[in-house]
Design a protein around this ligand. Sequence first.
Ligand code: PAF
Length: 282
Amino acid sequence: MQTISTIDGLREIRREWQLAGKSIGFVPTMGNLHAGHLSLVEAAKEHADIVVVSIFVNPLQFGADEDLDNYPRTLEADSEHLSKLGVDVLFTPSVEAIYPRGLEQQTFVEVPGISYMICGASRPGHFRGVATIVSKLFNMVQPNSAFFGEKDYQQVQVIKAMVTDLSMNLSVHAIPTMRHNDGLAMSSRNGYLTEDERQIAPMIYQTIIRIREQIESGRRDFNQLINTENTLLAQSGFKPDYIEIRDAFTLQPASFEGKELVILIAAFLGKTRLIDNIQVTL
Ligand code: PAF
């Protein structure tokens, strides 16, 4: 595996692949890799001749009250995992390379509507930061396919909308969430949980499973269902941010007749904000 940290270096090797007629699969990450990320790499390997993984902790998607400086940076261990998996290039650009004119002057990509609801309402500017960095990375890597975790369901919908709106020439793949044995979705943020918090964290997953069962058995009083589950979470020590039942494609509030739904949840446990989701097909 080659590690490249300059955009010119990446473009040079990209030209060679192009001349050799190779297809490129891309997995953008912020590092601190876990089995969920590695499953994205496996999927990319199945789809493409060459696999590029980027590690870049993107300051543009962190809010002022979010802890950018303490985001876990574990480059050595990440690099070892990726090398073992047979990744071709690890791209590790610096903040200066990515944002040469500074964050304030950066041209940005905004996907209206879908970026402002749910997580976007709780984290204003977050999806603008994600869309901007992902479009920049797409311009650098020029992949044929890109791979994202379904755990960040709204992020995937934002990126798909951006790719359509900007006529980008690549396919976007959403890979199912990897879970621990107790159901907790794998996430870099789980590392922030104390031992006690880690014990109760799987309640997030139990909550969405319970909601799915209720919907599948015919319940359509969504607001009542959400209120009950919010109360249960709060009683167990969470500070719920939202529980939402939405149309799986538009992310608009689910109608009673909706057949393809997604249940999304975000809740704080201590200082850690956990998210999860599950789809329901009726
Ligand atoms: O999901 C992530 O890790 C990040 O949001 C992404 C897509 C790498 C953009 O910084």
